[in-house]
Ligand binder design. Structure first.
Ligand SMILES: N[C@@H](CCC(=O)N[C@@H](CS)C(=O)NCC(=O)O)C(=O)O
Length: 211
């Protein structure tokens, strides 16, 4: 069975878990060996010390986007990628926007605040998150982020959208979602009504509440 080493509230892990669920792939989620990503035990598994990490038979993979594209190639049905080149590029662009320009900033802000750093320390990171969300809002003009079908782009953004709302409260920086992000609000409600998404969101919320 596929195994995924993961942390339940991680947005990078959630994107893989949602893809696994959407594809109906039986899998087992495992905690990080040694308790956290910097443990000696986990560095043996993934020297980069990052989650998620997937084991599928002889295949051992880190990096959420690499994992999701592997799942799409290896288990193509149901597909989470459009069939045309332009559509596939659009999905990859939206995933890259998340992975490179929004998710690392969310990670830094969240753990910085948890460690007691002042909210002011994250002004630049928060602006980057807003800029990414602004871009996403501007480009969302269909039922799903990359078009009429649910795709890897949707898998990727769901948990970070939730984290952005949580951080806006923690930073005391209102997101004004109803006026600034009406399309994303409607999209998130549609996404959360999918069982494959809802179960991951529920576990993420429970893990955050238990912190
Ligand atoms: N580019 C990686 C980023 C993964 C990542 O940064 N994951 C976080 C958890 S959300 C992590 O493992 N952080 C450990 C650390 O920064 O020490 C991916 O897409 O999988």
């Amino acid at each position: 069975m596929i195994e995924l080493i993961q942390v339940p509230f991680s947005h990078f892990c959630a994107k893989v878990r949602i893809a696994l669920n959407e594809k109906g792939l039986p899998h087992r989620c495992l905690p990080v060996p040694g308790g956290w990503m910097d443990s000696v035990e986990y560095r043996v598994v993934n020297p980069l010390g990052r989650v998620p990490f997937l084991v599928d038979g002889d295949i051992r993979l880190g990096e959420s986007q690499v994992i999701n594209e592997y799942l799409e190639d290896r288990y193509p049905q149901p597909s989470l990628m459009p069939s045309d080149a332009a559509g596939r590029a659009r999905v990859r662009w939206l995933c890259s926007l998340h992975d490179n320009y929004c998710a690392p900033q969310i990670f830094r802000i969240f753990f910085g605040l948890v460690k007691g750093q002042a909210p002011d320390a994250f002004a630049d990171d928060w602006q980057a998150v807003l800029q990414a969300l602004d871009l996403l809002e501007a480009q969302t003009d269909d039922a799903w982020l990359a078009g009429p079908a649910f795709s890897l782009a949707d898998c990727t953004w769901v948990l970070s959208w939730m984290h952005a709302q949580g951080l806006s409260a923690m930073l005391n920086q209102p997101l004004d979602a109803e006026t600034r992000y009406p399309r994303l609000l409607a999209w998130a409600a549609r996404a959360e009504s999918r069982p494959a998404v809802a179960s991951v969101m529920t576990e993420a919320k429970a893990a955050l509440a238990a912190m």
